[in-house]
Design a protein around this ligand. Sequence first.
Ligand SMILES: NC(=O)c1ccc[n+]([C@@H]2O[C@H](COP(=O)([O-])OP(=O)(O)OC[C@H]3O[C@@H](n4cnc5c(N)ncnc54)[C@H](O)[C@@H]3O)[C@@H](O)[C@H]2O)c1
Length: 245
Amino acid sequence: MGIHSGKVAIVTGGARGIGQAVARRLQADGARVAIWDLTASAHMDPSAGYTPDFSFDVDVSDFASVEAGYDATVEALGPIDILVNNAGINGPVNDVQDYPLEAWDRVLAIDLTGVFYCTRVALADWVGRGSGRIVNIASIAGKEGGAGIAAYAAAKAGVIGFTKSVARELSTSGILVNAIAPAITETALFEEMTPEHIAAGKSKIPMGRPVNVEEIASLATWIAGPDCTFTTGFVFDISGGRATY
Ligand SMILES: NC(=O)c1ccc[n+]([C@@H]2O[C@H](COP(=O)([O-])OP(=O)(O)OC[C@H]3O[C@@H](n4cnc5c(N)ncnc54)[C@H](O)[C@@H]3O)[C@@H](O)[C@H]2O)c1
């Protein structure tokens, strides 16, 4: 028995990194967990130290794929209680005048529109339900911006604005919608970043280290849980003192 006992959670981009840690933690806290990601093979990574209850190939930037994933998850695990919108890409690090047009579209499609698609599909199903939790993984970049990552920062700022808006629409519904803004953490997302970009990200953290994925998972499980009752539309900071607002 855990705080999420009897609950069903979806974690997008749950095959690795932050999403994998969040999925593992939600399951350890009692939830049955479905992970959505681009390829099924990645979902079964034995190094994850747990087995998801269900996994499905979903491209969050494709609305039909999100709908198919949602239906398949309900069929496999029953009604969904928790949605963690975590899937995301960094995109190339490039100043705006050189930023590839195709990359801008792709980053926005996955990091922002994907959050809208998954939320829309869940909320259409949750009408009249009276409960539910949505946790959006934004980024410190959405608050502060970052040189070379304008598309990513714009998408993450968009996620923050989206979170606040949906929360207001749902304020008396029993469904809480919040976001998390992590500082830099060492995951495969680093592969898209330049060494200078990574060093710059780390140097801005007053605690002097990157956040680790378990710390983010620990915050996410609380926000998604029964003790979080009076907070919605909020952006939870986990930046080692970098953001003091
Ligand atoms: N790593 C960091 O420093 C950091 C900091 C702040 C916020 N974040 C955010 O945290 C989230 C997770 O990042 P991570 O560091 O674990 O990255 P990651 O690259 O390790 O994991 C991201 C996962 O999302 C999946 N994914 C990518 N595109 C997808 C799509 N179209 N549909 C479905 N799944 C897709 C990938 O396959 C991967 O499994 C992202 O939203 C990222 O922006 C990361």
